[in-house]
Design a protein around this ligand. Structure first.
Ligand code: AMP
Length: 471
């Protein structure tokens, strides 16, 4: 029997292939039958172009149903799918192509699908073992050089089956899909849950308030990053009534502020389900579908995931489990560095697990600040500052300091005008609650925080910008 992920997904497509897979903004639909036929033709074309099992197919293309067909076609012909962020520059692309040596690089999935219109379809799916690679995901690179996380058919299948089950997906669901598909969230988590349910997706090329509000009338589940939720809340058209058709709002890829969680509940009566994941393991923990979803916690390890905290109560999260990747592409040194001797993957996220088993994340290990020899976890200060009158959001970083090594600096989006008095007042307020070494030494006011496509604050850019603060 083959462990090709495409076989598993296709086995769950609806028996009636006329059922919709994609519901587009203009109201038109693309059926599962059309998807399946498109996949077979594109797979045939890939083979005609010389792609063989184990080859990489690199893709940098706009989001479209054809791009999804190309993903599935790559699986079907036994090749390895390598999606690239549409924001990458030519110089970055050059690095990925040199590193991954793809047999084919596709920049326009729609043109490729058109070219495949006359291709002889591939009628069978190429046999793959669970351990064979399905995809290489270059990690988003908010810190350091990008590495290609190697995910197997088994990694992806296991995670998809678990999520489909624990989030209660059925054929009656309609998934609102507004995420990019070059990242694990939109590509694996969202698509696989829909395919395993044989469910349709309200398919949006990107997050746009008006289209999302329209889509919510038909959808039952939305998967989003925190910025989707803050943008919805900023729109007066997003009311309790606008959310009544929805059974589940899922959030991840970056920390969801407790204030967003609370405001969302107040507005809609629904509690966002936050989960935690990464390119190297897809989803790792989730708040429960049934049972309490707690703001600020990313929930429990998924069934089958072993999770431990290294070195004390709060420390680096390490994991083992069926979805954990096999290593970094052609990078045995990095792979060795990031796995413990007993096989646990060192995630680089810092957190703790409470008595109940829930996981709480306090930030990335690389963002840890060491000031005067003391460890400062930015999240602790951010949570406090976000609660302060007039602060919309904060990002806390460490910058070089002649006495302390590093000093704590807060970069904030604030309602006020950002005067020197405002800064002094915020620092004084922080000192009332925090030990002096944790309180920010400076507060900078900004209109916006730099973020990547998944909504993660790019702290490396902030560190660069404010590195000269103390001389
Ligand atoms: P990526 O590999 O690009 O998906 O980034 C993975 C990283 O995103 C994780 O290592 C975390 O630092 C962060 N992340 C993902 N989900 C969450 C979450 N719910 N809360 C906090 N951080 C998260």
């Amino acid at each position: 029997m083959s462990d090709n992920l495409y076989d598993l997904l296709a086995s769950r497509f609806p028996a009636d292939r006329n059922r919709p897979c994609f519901i587009l903004s203009d109201g038109s639909e693309i059926s599962y039958g059309v998807l399946e036929a498109g996949v077979a033709r594109i797979a045939g074309l890939l083979i005609a172009k010389g792609v063989t099992p184990g080859d990489r197919v690199a893709v940098q293309t706009e989001k479209s149903p054809e791009a999804v067909m190309l993903y599935l076609a790559t699986l079907k012909c036994g090749a390895i799918f390598l999606p690239l962020n549409t924001a990458y520059t030519e110089a970055e692309i050059e690095y990925f192509l040199t590193d991954a040596e793809p047999a084919l690089f596709v920049r326009d999935a729609i043109a490729l699908a058109a070219e495949a219109a006359d291709a002889p379809p591939l009628t069978h799916t190429v046999v793959r073992d669970a351990g064979d690679l399905a995809s290489i995901i270059y990690t988003s690179g908010t810190t350091g050089r990008c590495k290609g996380a190697m995910l197997s058919h088994g990694n992806l299948a296991d995670n998809a089956l678990t999520l489909h089950r624990i989030w209660g997906f059925t054929a009656d669901d309609v998934l609102l899909h507004a995420l990019p598909i070059f990242h694990v969230h939109g590509l694996f988590v969202a698509l696989h849950c829909a395919f395993l349910s044989g469910a349709p997706m309200v398919w949006l090329p990107r997050f746009a308030d008006a289209e999302v509000l329209e889509g919510l009338k038909r959808a039952t589940v939305m998967m989003g990053v925190p910025t989707f939720y803050t943008r919805l809340l900023a729109n007066p058209g997003f009311t309790q009534a606008a959310a009544t058709h929805m059974r589940l709002f899922i959030c991840g890829s970056a920390p969801l502020l407790p204030s967003t969680f609370a405001e969302f509940e107040l507005r809609t009566g629904q509690r966002i389900l936050e989960r935690y994941g990464m390119s190297e393991a897809v989803i790792i923990t989730s708040n429960p579908l049934e049972g309490e979803r707690i703001a600020g916690s990313v929930g429990y390890p998924l069934p089958g995931v072993e999770l431990r905290i290294a070195g004390g109560e709060t420390g680096v999260i390490e994991i083992k489990g069926p979805s954990v990747f096999g290593g970094y592409w052609r990078n045995p040194r990095k792979t060795k560095e990031e796995f413990a001797a007993d096989g646990y993957f060192i995630t680089g996220d810092v957190g703790h697990q409470d008595a109940d088993g829930r996981v709480w994340i306090s930030g990335r290990a690389k963002d840890l600040i060491i000031s005067g020899g003391y460890n400062v976890y930015p999240k602790e200060i951010e949570l406090l500052m976000d609660e302060m009158e007039g602060i919309v959001e904060s990002a806390v970083i460490g910058v070089p300091h002649p006495d302390f090594g590093e000093a704590v600096v807060a970069v904030v989006i604030a309602a006020g005008n950002g005067s020197a008095e405002d800064e002094a007042a915020l620092i004084a307020a922080a000192r009332q609650t925090l030990a002096a070494f944790k309180a920010p030494k400076r507060v900078f006011f900004v209109g916006d925080l730099p973020r990547n496509a998944m909504g993660k604050v790019r702290k490396n850019l902030l560190r660069e910008r404010f590195k000269g603060t103390f001389g």
